[in-house]
Design a protein around this ligand. Sequence first.
Ligand code: MSP
Length: 583
Amino acid sequence: MLRPPLRLPCPPRRAASTGPGPGRRLLLSTPIFYANGPPHIGHLYSALLADALHRHRGLRGAGPGRLSTGTDEHGLKIQQAAAAAGTSPPELCERVSGLFRQALTRAAVSFTDFVRTSEPRHRRAVCHFWGVLRDGGALYKGRYEGWYCTPEECFLPESQLAERRDAQGRPCKVSLETGHQVHWTKEENYMFRLSAFRGPLRDWLRDNPQAIAPEPFYRRVLRWLEEEDLPDLSVSRERSRLPWGIPVPNDPTQTIYVWVDALVNYLSVVGYPEGHGQWWPAACHVVGKDILKFHAVYWPALLMAAGLAPPERILVHSHWTVRGQKMSKSLGNVVDPAASMEHYTVDGFRYFLLRQGVPERDCDYYEEKVVKLLNAELADALGGLLNRSTAPSINPSNTYPSFSQACFPKLLDHREANGPGRACAEDYELVASVASLPLEVAAYFEGFQIYKALERVALCVRQSNGFFQRHKPWKLDRADPGEQRWLDTILHVTLECLRVYGTLLQPVTPHAAHRLLSRLAVGPEERGLSALTFLPRYHGDPCPFEGRQLGPDTGLLFPRLEMPGRPRVDPRELRSPTNGRCK
Ligand code: MSP
């Protein structure tokens, strides 16, 4: 085996535009999805996490941003899937890529770029990248043999294999992690000198403790680098066995390994090899835990070998199981995102996955849980509060009511709440809780804990319902000016809370948030997160909404849902005690 000396390029430099502060660029990415079968909720979850982060960033005015996604179309897996479907790989990819594009669009994933690895721009980027690796001495040709797992598209060491019997009862080996059968493969391949990168990878991670989140995944990668073998990586396959892929430049007998091909999508999307300097390495990859090693070990090593810096961050999530079981076609329990969005609405399904999905651990999906959560938090608590506080019986002028400081005086210490006003200690707690909400939500988004942000919003919504219920504004006598002032103040505080919730929910439930904010007469330019204030009148500042005519759409914010399989009731007919309008 001839190993040329590896010339490690000079230390990767950060792009000038990527430092902290306003105007900072960021490329957020989803993984590119294998074009061998239709999308399922696991795929959608990866994409929704990235989308919520991208939308949140946009609303903060954080600087130019892109959200890339796409389809991973080469490799043995796709070649075999096409053969099994009796079609050609290009035809299969064309169809499945279309399904992904459609599903992501339907799910309101606001991607700015969609990469297909079969596109010429991507092929050009991969070939250039390969040339840089080769010229830098990072590749050499060698005989490689090992156990190949086609569904995972990688070689696995003995330590990751288990003995099983195949369908015919013959002994075979399978991947410990996924249970997929592996096959002994012996070929002449190009090898990438991954082993040379153990030190540089460790240094990169030690210097960048935020590079991989959540923290348990960061520690896992460090452990791999400290305790496990890091053999060189086979980065091509014999073309005679794998014609469906990008040929190795200047060696048409070999096809570039599908993972090298796929990872380069993050560069081809920003114009590599020409225009990428504007964006790279200001990149943040959202990935599932099954593809962590490819993104946190192979990809940074390949980038370093090509003279580029590793991505800024890798955000990792765990998996969805269905009623405690792994999702699989053979078990027939694959959750179809299209049917789910049809039943629970796009916003409902987005809310469920992002509210219940905890990146650190696997989450279980079952329908009762979806229905219960959405009815409780979106239909009853949030939608109910909007209906009750804007009902004609309680707000006949249909305006954003005014706030009375006499009724709700500003207090330095909430324990003095039984002073001259009508607000009680719990009301002051509500004000403090909602006032701190935008910053807390921002911190949770930054820390990749969107579920915690949503939990915190849901808690505030419950507190606001408590406020409304406690003061029973519908019982106040509007003929009495003092009562009228207090009634208006209760409504003003409630609408202010709702305005904050609507603004903060935009990255997660964009349609419902739009309806909510439109009903509250919040203009499109007033929906950003950077200037979000809550209850300025409490501090003696003017409130631009006070006295405004409310928006005309009085429809339900979110319909109460039935369990799937039960007859669906027209949402307009649905009136629960809290969801229905006040009489
Ligand atoms: N093509 C590769 C990625 C290449 S990126 C340079 C791939 N594709 S995939 O279609 O198999 O997976 C795409 C994403 O879906 C991954 O983030 C993966 O973790 C995620 N999920 C697949 N099944 C999942 C669940 N059951 N639950 C949550 N996400 C899971 O890997």
